[in-house]
Design a protein around this ligand. Structure first.
Ligand code: KG4
Ligand code: ZN
Length: 334
């Protein structure tokens, strides 16, 4: 197809996902099989179990996506896959499947950076304008990325310790909430009438980096102190204080970056983009600054293959394909 009909595979963490996207924009199928229930009882993703689960599901999800999209495999223009970063055992399952398809169908392979995928989830719903600044917040990443032009990324800030989602999940665990804690903390924070104030990690005045482990420790310390005094803190008040701290820093740094680099748009990406408080705070800050904000629908924020297809489509248009010898890279840089 002239528009490019891409099949994409994403298996970097605990979701097995296969998507079929036409013209970089029309999502014909975006099938996601989550292993959440499997990992829930461990309170986090167990890498060895994740890769085994990918092996069990990948063929079924590929078939499901092809049948849902109603395409013939021979119509595909290319096969895309997340090259990294991620869990190596999980990445390898997706890469093996994508390479086999590429070989069997005699179409090019396109390796995609997972964060480029998260960012280009925005291209599924909007026309991107450059320069743009992207705030990527997920369980594995917290990054500010400058997009100078199409496909040209510069990471200007990142977390020095925990990712934002990781901090949410650790605080959730301390509050006795189910895994992952993010959505539960979001709900509690929303319901709370008061907050227990928590510190903000601004780091050096000109830094676009983040740090969330001190905040997590402050929450744990507050809970412990109360416990030693025989008191219990209202979890909703803790959740609200924690969430306010995370949001204030994320929003302030994203807006400062957008202003410094003359961004035409602010793009939000990653699972934490589902956070109601973060969306609302970004929306009003962007309105006040006259900065267009783009937020993809939730299904394209959490790990999914449609976003990988969207990023791959830009490479495909420019003939930037990847040799079949592609190595999966757990620490691939953007
Ligand atoms: O992008 P994602 O699905 O997976 C990774 O690539 O990490 O992000 C998952 C993360 C989890 O840490 C989860 O707690 C967080 O996103 N999350 C939220 C919310 N919904 C999901 N965090 C805060 N508020 C939410 N509403
Ligand atoms: Zn992700």
């Amino acid at each position: 197809s002239e528009n490019g009909l891409l099949l994409a595979v994403e298996t970097s963490c605990d979701e097995t996902s296969v998507a079929i996207v036409e013209g970089g924009r029309r999502v014909l199928a975006n099938c996601v099989s989550s292993q959440m229930e499997t990992h829930e009882r461990f309170g986090g993703v167990v890498p060895e179990i994740a890769s085994r689960k990918h092996v069990e599901s990948i063929t079924r999800i590929v078939e499901e996506a092809i049948s849902k999209a109603g395409i013939r495999p021979s119509d595909l223009s290319a096969v895309a896959v997340t090259q990294g970063p991620g869990l190596i055992g999980s990445l390898l399952v997706g890469a093996a499947a994508a390479k086999a398809l590429s070989l069997a169908l005699d179409v090019p392979l396109i390796g995609v950076h997972h964060i480029a995928g998260h960012i280009y989830a925005n291209a599924l719903v909007a026309e991107l304008q450059y320069p743009a600044v992207a705030l990527v917040v997920s369980g594995g990443h917290t990054e500010l990325v400058l997009l100078e032009s199409e496909g040209k990324f510069r990471r200007i800030g990142q977390t020095r310790d925990d990712a934002a989602g990781e901090a949410y999940d650790k605080v959730g665990r301390a509050l006795g909430l189910p895994y992952p804690g993010g959505p539960h903390i979001d709900r509690l924070a929303h319901e709370a009438e008061e907050e227990i104030p928590m510190p903000r990690a601004w780091l050096e005045p000109d830094s676009y980096d983040f740090s969330f482990s001190g905040l997590k420790s402050a929450v744990l310390a507050a809970l412990n102190q109360a416990r030693m005094k025989g008191q219990t803190l209202n979890p909703a008040h803790v959740a609200r204080g924690f969430q306010e701290s995370v949001i204030e820093v994320l929003v302030a740094k994203a807006l400062r970056a957008a202003s410094e680099y003359g961004a035409k748009q602010l793009l939000l990406a990653g699972g934490v983009a589902a956070n109601r408080g973060l969306r609302a705070a970004l929306k009003s800050a962007c309105e006040a600054a006259g900065l267009p904000l783009i937020v993809p629908p939730f299904e394209y924020c959490t790990d999914n293959a449609a976003m990988i297809a969207a990023a791959a489509h830009l490479k495909w248009k420019r003939g930037r394909t990847t040799p079949l010898e592609m190595k999966s890279e757990p620490m691939l840089s953007l």
